[in-house]
Design a protein around this ligand. Structure first.
Ligand SMILES: [Zn+2]
Ligand SMILES: [Zn+2]
Length: 410
């Protein structure tokens, strides 16, 4: 026997309805916002992620699946969704007309220590909006994120939001942060020592508790924002107020990716972020395109499902409708014809494919959750009247063989 690779999880038939419900909600809400779906390759040139996510991040340094293909090219499995979407959009000139609102549902890959809710392959619903530097762009994106989570069944998630400034004000902040970090150099972890040199903002992201304790006294980006960034942030918050999205400002929120500018946010269930993102105005240019302001978010579907179930959310699990059971071998051909007719009418139907006894067919239908079982035997064949048993109530209904469309409305 060969087992699944460590850190991966099969989506089994008993669970797939939850995934379908999440994807249905994502597609429904995205459509309401006129966002269009995009799919990009699972693997890209590794360079794409080095240049976008940043080579000072844990994702690129420790967690990315990198390999040489047979042609000697450095490839990587995508560790997040944004970079590939931006690459595709620039390459195919999708942003000739703006704005462009895109969404994706795809797997992402990180070589992490597997733990509850974290997998080496996990799936994301994400949205990336291209084209506007206005604060209403964040509000539009957060509206989509919020409506999606409400559609799933969340009513009380907490939106944490912060501004990490622009290139202009970040330079001054970085200088102040570097000075602070040099003062605590001996007390911070090895990773943070390295981050302090390459990209000091990343230190604030450190998961080591003793580092977190020290960074409570670190200078805050909010005290260094330039006037434009301050005004932008205030306008985003005002827009959220206008559409009724509740939030708290979290001054320590920085997010683990290098490309963010100004707004960063997380939608949290307790301490756990189920959706996160921000503005990334520099990324298109960084990847060789013309400067294009953007906002985006990603939402881990595995975590989302776990969090939803912890809150008692019941995902829609549609029951199959009619199982057509054969009482005799002669009846089996008629059963095939009946299920064909029912399916043509849009009714989920199945008949026995295993040569089971009538009793075993009822058992199968019950296990599969069929609402009705229609039994076809001698008397039904000669009378042309079929009876359906409601498996939930036990009630029996008669339908004429010539008018099966009555079943559609049951
Ligand atoms: Zn600024
Ligand atoms: Zn640290």
């Amino acid at each position: 026997m060969i087992n699944a690779p460590k850190g991966t999880k099969d989506m089994l038939p008993s669970e797939s309805y939850k995934w379908q419900a999440v994807e249905k909600a994502a597609k429904k809400i995205a459509a309401l916002y006129n966002a269009k779906q995009i799919r990009t390759p699972v693997f890209e040139h590794a360079e794409l992620f080095l240049r976008s996510i940043g080579d000072s991040t844990d994702i690129v340094n420790k967690e990315m699946y990198i390999f040489d293909d047979k042609g000697g090219r450095k490839m990587a499995l995508r560790p997040e969704g944004t970079a590939g979407v931006v690459r595709a959009v620039l390459e195919n000139n999708v942003i000739e007309t703006l704005p462009q609102k895109l969404f994706y549902i795809e797997g992402v890959y990180r070589y992490e220590q597997p733990q509850a809710g974290r997998y080496r392959e996990h799936h994301q619903f994400g949205a990336e909006f291209f084209g506007s530097a206005l604060p209403c762009f964040e509000v539009e994106l957060l509206g989509l994120a919020h409506d999606f989570l409400r559609e799933i069944g969340f009513n009380d998630l907490l939106l944490k939001i912060n501004s990490i400034g622009c290139n202009k004000c970040r330079a001054q902040y970085n200088a102040a942060l570097r000075e602070f970090l040099s003062g605590v150099h001996d007390s911070i972890c090895g990773d943070c020592k390295r981050r302090a040199e390459v990209n000091p903002l990343r230190t604030l992201d450190c998961k080591v508790p003793s580092c977190q304790e020290i960074y409570k006294n670190a200078p805050r980006i909010s005290d260094y924002l330039c006037d434009d960034c301050k005004a932008h942030h205030a306008a985003v918050l005002k827009g959220l107020d206008d559409i009724g999205i509740k939030y708290v400002e979290d001054k320590n929120l920085v997010r683990g990716l290098d490309y963010y500018t100004r707004t960063v946010f997380e939608l949290c269930d307790g301490d756990m972020a189920v959706l996160g993102g921000g503005r990334y105005d520099g990324l298109c240019e960084q990847l060789g395109g013309k400067p294009t302001p953007c906002v985006g978010f990603g939402c881990g579907i595995e975590r989302l499902i776990a969090a939803a179930e912890a809150h008692g959310v019941k995902f829609d699990n549609p029951q199959p409708k009619v199982f057509v059971a054969a009482q005799s071998d002669e009846a089996r051909n008629t059963c095939l014809k009946i299920v064909k007719t029912l399916r043509d009418m849009g009714v989920t139907a199945e008949c026995d494919l295993m040569g089971k006894s009538l009793k075993a067919q009822f058992k199968h239908a019950d296990r599969q959750g069929f609402v009705y079982v229609m039994t076809i035997g001698e008397s039904e064949l000669s009378s042309g009247v079929y009876s359906l048993k409601n498996m939930n109530s036990g009630e029996v209904i008669s339908v004429n063989a010539k008018d099966l469309s009555a079943i559609k409305d049951l």
